[in-house]
Every structure is written in structure tokens, then in C-alpha cells.
Design a protein around this ligand. Structure first.
Ligand code: SAM
Length: 131
């Protein structure tokens, strides 16, 4: 499977279950952390540095992503690229409704979490994607 916007490898660690994974991300720093996790568990994951719409050559059973699509300037174009270039019509997205797009009670919870984090001087989790 192709893990697009793999970051530090939350989904790529499906390699633990025997899946063959290619991890694609723009950020060399994120991929460095992914590599360290993979090495620590002696897993095999192909790591590719590049933009999400540059699909590496090969065939994939599925394209998976978590929390990437919301960052893309033209998500529809990227989804179409995945469909045509990854030789699969299986797409698994893990996204969420963020900020003002969220339900009011979710937005309130997010606001309270942010305030609490600031009070405790804890950096926002998406800055280090620690999982
Ligand atoms: C919020 S993190 C999510 C990382 C990982 N999927 C996870 O669930 O932990 C978003 C990731 O997408 C990467 N990214 C953002 N825009 C990208 C693009 N156009 N092409 C490839 N990766 C991108 C960032 O470098 C970052 O690692």
C-alpha cells in the first residue's frame, strides 16, 4: 500500500502486520523519524521523499492517508492522480472536521484543549506527530 503524507509513519507501521508499505512524504525530517521507528522494529518500509501527487512507480493494493488531504491546495486533483497513477481504485482516508468546520461542541472541546495545552506549555501534537 502507498501511505501518502506518511509523516512519522502512523499508518506505515501496518508493516508490523505484514503489509508491504511505501511511505511518501515531503518532509525529510518526518521521514527520518519514520525510518528510525522502522529500523527499531526491523521492519521493511520503502521510504520516498516527495510530493503526494508524485506517485512512485509500482502497483499498490490501496492508497491510504491520515490527515494529509486537508493540507493539500487541490485535494481533488491529488485524489485523481492517485487513482490513475497508483494502479488501484482503493482509497482509504482518515480525515476529520477541523476548526470552524467542526460541530459546535467539538469546536468548543478543541478550543479548551488548545487553551489547556498553552497553559501547560505543551506543543500542539501535529507539530511532532509522535505516534
Ligand atoms: C498531519 S501530518 C500526518 C502524518 C501521518 N499521516 C500521520 O497520520 O501521523 C501531515 C503530513 O503530510 C506531509 N505533507 C504535507 N503536504 C504534503 C504534500 N503535498 N506531499 C507529501 N506530503 C505532504 C507533511 O510533511 C506531514 O508529514
Amino acid at each position: 500500500m502507498l501511505d501518502a503524507g506518511a509523516g512519522t509513519g502512523f499508518l506505515s507501521l501496518a508493516a508490523r502486520l505484514g503489509y508491504q508499505v511505501s511511505a511518501l512524504d515531503l518532509s525529510s525530517e518526518m521521514l527520518q523519524r519514520l525510518r528510525a521507528k522502522v529500523a527499531a522494529e526491523s521492519l521493511e518500509v520503502e521510504v520516498i521523499e516527495g510530493p503526494a501527487d508524485h506517485v512512485p512507480t509500482g502497483e499498490f493494493d490501496a492508497v491510504v492517508e491520515r490527515h494529509l488531504v486537508w493540507t493539500l491546495p487541490d485535494p481533488a486533483a491529488t485524489l485523481m492522480t492517485w487513482r490513475s497513477a497508483a494502479s488501484t481504485d482503493r482509497l482509504i482516508l482518515f480525515e476529520s472536521a477541523w476548526g470552524s468546520a467542526a460541530e459546535p461542541h467539538e469546536a468548543l472541546k478543541a478550543w479548551a484543549r488548545t487553551k489547556l495545552r498553552r497553559l501547560r506549555r505543551i506543543p500542539p501534537p501535529h507539530h511532532f506527530c509522535s505516534q
